[in-house]
Design a protein around this ligand. Structure first.
Ligand SMILES: [Zn+2]
Length: 410
């Protein structure tokens, strides 16, 4: 049992939690100044002024934390961080004016990531993953979703899912990893149709990895020229039979009714949503499916950001994730991305923090965290500052403090 004593602020998100992360006002952050908290390995036991600590909790290990702010744990609910190689050359080419075709001709694009991922050994991918995850943890991120999807063959997708599973085992319980099976990321040229690829690779391997219990969720790149509505429905209904939860890359380049389909199938989240029309937004507002926005991708590619207010004002649960990947957003720092994009997305401070914590946790099915409330799991992020205002105000300056040195069970 631990007692974090005299924190400058505990940002509880108590009211935001009661409102299911929707229609949030700045005061729904429910900030408690000069506050202390007691918890054991499993749940939060007490929150209050240290002079009123109940006798039962006086034996807890006391950790003085004046000058620190505690928030619910930051969750990055959408990453593709297991990949080989890097695409820095391509990024420079793009800055220098090269178009998609010129980049492809020079050997860039997603095919180059596939090539480097397929030729990398399991050990090499694992080591790269370890480093990337430790760096993300240093920003205060404690739960990370990772997608496969740069293999696109039975052998390579199996390898990537195994690497993600090994990372999950290594980091548990300090960092929670969720493994998403995204073999339906693109259709390899050797298959004549998306259905053919789905039937011969995606579905059989999903069955195998599900039997091995090494994947948590399935995802699909539902987009014109990639996977159509029929493919998505087939994948979703087979995944449901296996007890796997659903995610979707939805409406990124066109409104393909991805958000509507996600809600019909009770998906955990629908992600991207740049082109979602009114029917999709309405469906999301009435479903438990989280609307996940990925502003880093728009920044990286120099595109327009999603219209977050349309989703928020309609009462959707909105999360923000990094989309950390080598091609369209090589940024691992969700706190930086959220700070940079908040004004453009017109988020108030509670929408911003719920997007990184409460709603992001729900986007990966973790409904026992995301707020600092009695009975919930003790999953926190800790910052060395006097006020929550300082965290997102200091663009690119890392105020996070490792929680491990204070309470190792975390
Ligand atoms: Zn993605």
């Amino acid at each position: 049992m631990w007692c974090l004593e005299n924190l400058s602020q505990i940002v509880t998100l108590d009211a935001a939690h009661s409102k299911d992360g929707r229609n949030l006002k700045p005061e729904d952050l429910s900030i408690r100044p000069n506050c202390s908290i007691v918890f054991d390995e499993h749940r939060i036991l007490w929150i209050g002024n240290i002079i009123q600590i109940p006798d039962d909790y006086k034996k807890a290990k006391r950790i003085p934390l004046e000058g620190h702010v505690l928030t619910p744990e930051i969750v990055d609910s959408h990453t593709h961080l297991v990949f080989g190689g890097n695409r820095s050359k391509e990024y420079s080419m793009r800055l220098n004016g090269a178009d998609y075709e010129a980049i492809a001709k020079a050997g860039g694009g997603i095919l180059s990531t596939m090539e480097s991922t397929i030729t990398a050994t399991e050990e090499e991918l694992y080591k790269a993953g370890l480093e990337r995850i430790e760096r993300m943890a240093s920003y205060g991120i404690g739960t990370i979703e990772i997608k496969s999807g740069y293999g696109l063959s039975i052998e390579s997708e199996r390898k990537i899912s195994r690497v993600i599973h090994k990372l999950k085992e290594y980091f548990s319980p300090r960092i929670q990893i969720l493994s998403t099976y995204l073999a339906a990321h693109a259709v390899p040229g050797s298959f004549s149709t998306s259905k053919d690829y789905l039937d011969r690779v995606v579905l059989p391997l999903m069955q195998e990895l599900s039997d091995e219990k090494i994947i948590d969720f399935v995802d699909i790149f539902h987009e014109q020229g990639y996977f159509n509505l029929e493919d998505t429905k087939t994948l979703f209904s087979k995944a449901k039979i296996l007890g796997l939860k659903l995610k979707i890359h939805a409406d990124e380049f066109n409104d393909n009714k991805g958000a509507v389909t996600a809600c019909e199938h009770q998906a955990l989240s629908a992600d991207h949503l740049l082109c979602t029309e009114d029917d999709g937004i309405k469906a999301l507002s009435q479903a438990s499916t989280v609307a996940t926005l990925l502003p880093g991708t728009a920044f990286f590619l120099g595109k327009k950001l999603a219209n977050a207010r349309r989703f928020l004002d309609e009462g959707c649960k909105v999360a923000i994730a990094s989309d950390y990947n080598p091609g369209s957003c090589h940024c691992d720092n969700l706190v930086l991305l959220a700070s940079l994009s908040a004004k453009k997305l017109e988020l108030n401070l509670c929408e911003l923090w719920s997007g990184m914590t409460l709603n992001a946790a729900h986007a990966v099915g973790l409904d026992q965290q995301g707020a600092i409330k009695l009975g919930l799991k003790p999953r926190f992020s800790l910052f060395k500052c006097q006020s929550i205002d300082e965290v997102t105000y200091n663009w690119g300056r890392n105020l996070a403090v490792s929680t491990q040195e204070y309470f190792p069970a975390h």
